[in-house]
Design a binder for this molecule. Structure first.
Ligand code: AAL
Length: 409
C-alpha cells in the first residue's frame, strides 16, 4: 500500500514536472538552455537513487526539483581595485551602481560618506549608518581595475526637502541618450522608523550636470501601523502592512515591454527572522515616464527572498540574482514577463550589492552578464570600499551525452 501511495505522489510530481517544463516552455524560448526534459528513470539514475522503492524524503524533494541543466550555474571571485577604489581609512564608498561603458571609459556611481557611524542614539544628528550623511559620487576607469574618483553627481537636498539627510545606493540607466540616476533618499531625522523613498536625477551626459527631480518617485506602502512611539523600534507593530511598508530600497530603473520598470527591495515594518532568515522581498512598479507616476505591480512581492537588487535583460525577459536573505537566497531567476520569476540555478554564494556591466545585457550566452562587475567589502562596521567581482562557470560538460538535451532541437 505505502509503495502505491509513494508511486501515486510520484506520478503527480512527474505530471507537475512536465507541467513545470511546459510552463517554462510555454513561457519562454530559453527551454533549450535551461531544461533537461528527463524521463523519471533518467532522473532516478542521475540522482543515484539505488532503490526507488525506498525513497528518502530528500530524494522525493530532489525528484520534485524543477527540470534544469547547469547553464546558469557559476561562481564569483572578488578582488581589490586600484586607484581611488582602494580602501581609504575614514571614507566609505559602497553600493556601486551598474557599470556603463561610454566613449572608451567605464563609469560607475556609488554612495560616499566620511567618518564613523554611531548607530541609532538619542542624538538624532549622530551619523547612524555608513550610508547616512551620504552623497552619490562618480568614478571612471579605462580598464575596470584602476578607478579615478571625480565628484558628487547628486548631493543631499536643502533642509526640509525629502532628501535632506542622505542620498545613496544609486543605480544608473541610459535610455535614448538620457542618463538617469535613481537612488534611496532619507529625510531628517534619520530614526530607525524613518521611511526611505526613491529619488531620480537625469543628465544628457555621464559627466552631468545632473538635474534632480523635485519629488520622490517611489514611497513605502502606508498600510502598516507602529505599536508605541519608540522612534528606534522597527519591530513593534499593530500590523505589518505590505512587504514594502517600511522601506523602498536598491532601486533599479529599466525599460521593458514598452514601459519604464522600477525594480526595488522592500522592507516591511515588524519584519521577522524566518526559517530562511531575514524577511526581505523585491517588488516592481511601472510607468510611462521615468519620473512617474509609478504604479506598483498587483503581483508584488515578485520575490520571496533577496537583498540588493541585481537585474538584467536576457532572451526577451528579465533575469534576477537573489542574494543574502530568505529561503531562495543565492538563486539565479528569470521571468519572461518581468514579474513571474522561475529559479534557473542555485549557486554557492554571490557578491553583495552587485553593480552589473550593462554592455552584457541581452547576451546570448547564459551567465555572461556576470563576467565582471562591482561589489563592496566591509573593512569594518564604519568603512566599506568598492571591489570587483569576476564570474565564471566550472569546467563542466554540457549536459553529458546520456542526457542529451531533448528539447534543444
Ligand atoms: C544595502 C542596501 C541599502 C540599504 C543599505 C544601504 O544593503 O540594501 O543601501 O539601505 O544596505
Amino acid at each position: 500500500m505505502k509503495f502505491l501511495t509513494t508511486l501515486g505522489t510520484f506520478l503527480t510530481s512527474i505530471v507537475f514536472l512536465n507541467a513545470c517544463g511546459s510552463n517554462l516552455t510555454a513561457q519562454s524560448a530559453i527551454e533549450s538552455d535551461v531544461c533537461l526534459n528527463e524521463s523519471y528513470d533518467e532522473k532516478i539514475e542521475r540522482l543515484g537513487i539505488t532503490n526507488e522503492k525506498y525513497l528518502s524524503t530528500a530524494s522525493k524533494r530532489a525528484l520534485a526539483w524543477p527540470d534544469r541543466n547547469n547553464n546558469w550555474y557559476g561562481q564569483f571571485r572578488v578582488r581589490d581595485l586600484k586607484g581611488d577604489f582602494a580602501y581609504e581609512k575614514g571614507v566609505t564608498r559602497r553600493d556601486p551602481s551598474s557599470v556603463l561603458y561610454e566613449d572608451g571609459l567605464y563609469h560607475t556611481w556609488y554612495s560616499r560618506s566620511v567618518g564613523p557611524s554611531k548607530g541609532f542614539t538619542d542624538n538624532f544628528d549622530d551619523k547612524t549608518w555608513p550610508w547616512d550623511y551620504t552623497d552619490v559620487w562618480h568614478a571612471t576607469s579605462k580598464d575596470g581595475i584602476t578607478w579615478k574618483e571625480h565628484k558628487a553627481a547628486v548631493e543631499r537636498g536643502k533642509a526640509g526637502e525629502f532628501d535632506d539627510r542622505s542620498v545613496f545606493t544609486p543605480e544608473v540607466f541610459k535610455h535614448e541618450d538620457t542618463y538617469y540616476l535613481v537612488y534611496q533618499t532619507v529625510k531628517s531625522p534619520y530614526i530607525q522608523r524613518v521611511k526611505n523613498q526613491v529619488g531620480i536625477s537625469s543628465s544628457s551626459s555621464p559627466w552631468g550636470p545632473w538635474k534632480k527631480h523635485p519629488e520622490p518617485i517611489l514611497s513605502p506602502a502606508d498600510n502598516g501601523q507602529w505599536l508605541g512611539d519608540d522612534p528606534h523600534n522597527r519591530f513593534s507593530v499593530i500590523n505589518k502592512g505590505d512587504f514594502d511598508s517600511h522601506k523602498v530600497h536598491d532601486p533599479y530603473l529599466t525599460f521593458f515591454n514598452g514601459k519604464f520598470h522600477l525594480y526595488y527591495k522592500g522592507e516591511q515594518m515588524g519584519w521577522e527572522i524566518t526559517f530562511g532568515g531575514r524577511e526581505i522581498r523585491h517588488g516592481v512598479a511601472t510607468s510611462d515616464s521615468p519620473f512617474g507616476p509609478f504604479t506598483k505591480s498587483p503581483f508584488n512581492p515578485i520575490s520571496n527572498s533577496g537583498h540588493e537588487v541585481a537585474i538584467w535583460h536576457y532572451d526577451g525577459g528579465i533575469g534576477s540574482l537573489i542574494t543574502t536573505d530568505g529561503p531562495e537566497r543565492n538563486t539565479v531567476q528569470w521571468a519572461k514577463d518581468g514579474v513571474n520569476f522561475e529559479i534557473l540555478a542555485n549557486i554557492k554564494s554571490a557578491p553583495h550589492a552587485m553593480g552589473l556591466l550593462r554592455k552584457n545585457d541581452n547576451s546570448k550566452q547564459p551567465f555572461k552578464i556576470f563576467d565582471w562587475g562591482l561589489t563592496h567589502k566591509y573593512q569594518n562596521k564604519d568603512y566599506q570600499y568598492i571591489q570587483r567581482f569576476d564570474g565564471s562557470q566550472p569546467k563542466r560538460s554540457k549536459t553529458s551525452a546520456t542526457y542529451k538535451l531533448k528539447c534543444a532541437d
